[in-house]
Write a protein that binds this ligand. Structure first.
Ligand code: URA
Length: 196
């Protein structure tokens, strides 16, 4: 078994008994697990991701395609994962299940596993999407508004590039050009290689 598969098997064993009677399947990372140029880290899977048991395949998958086109890479070139690996959800006023932000308990349960995942994958650059993965890796004080489009150092030493979450662009259209400019900054840095 590869190291990453062994980690995911350990996670399965750890999380299975935590929420008895609740259906909370884990959605693991996927892609190039051998020191990829980029490891993309989102917040948590949504409904489609849980159905397909794959990260970033729902609406967010379309945004991911746009990211890949801008940066000039294929999905198979990079590793894609989330901080929280279950779908955080709640029942809305209409009685339908809807996504919610991960809570403190979920974040503190999953973040140590994300650290182990990063240590196994050993990407050249970590790319966080939005505040949740950024804060998980750099601490609660930092915000995406302050540091998007820049490189930060993580505790493990891997450079981290902060991007807005693509979903936030849907609510704040003015962020679209900012997001695209940030992705191009990342692309140039990857090509130049020396200022990362
Ligand atoms: N889908 C994911 O897998 N992660 C996100 O952050 C959003 C949608």
């Amino acid at each position: 078994m590869t190291e990453i598969k062994a980690l995911y098997a350990d996670m399965q064993k750890f999380f299975q008994p935590l929420w008895p009677g609740e259906d909370k399947p884990l959605v693991f990372g996927e892609g190039n697990a051998m020191q990829p140029p980029l490891m993309l880290i989102g917040e948590a899977p949504g409904e489609t991701e849980v159905i397909k048991r794959r990260p970033f395949v729902g609406k967010a998958g379309k945004n991911l395609d746009e990211f890949l086109t801008l940066v000039g890479m294929n999905r198979e070139d990079i590793f894609i994962s989330n901080v929280v690996k279950i779908r955080p959800c709640e029942i809305g006023p209409t009685g339908r299940t809807r996504n919610r932000a991960p809570n403190k308990e979920e974040l503190s349960l999953f973040t140590p596993w994300l650290m182990k995942e990063i240590a196994i994958i050993r990407p050249k650059v970590l790319v966080t999407l939005g505040n949740v993965p950024l804060k998980a890796l750099c601490g609660p004080k930092i915000t995406i508004g302050d540091c998007h489009g820049t490189f930060l150092k993580t505790e493990g030493g891997t450079p981290l590039f902060a991007l807005y979450h693509p979903a936030s662009i849907i609510y704040r259209r003015e962020l679209k050009t900012v997001y695209q400019a940030d992705v191009l900054t990342l692309k140039e840095a990857l090509f130049r290689n020396n200022d990362i």
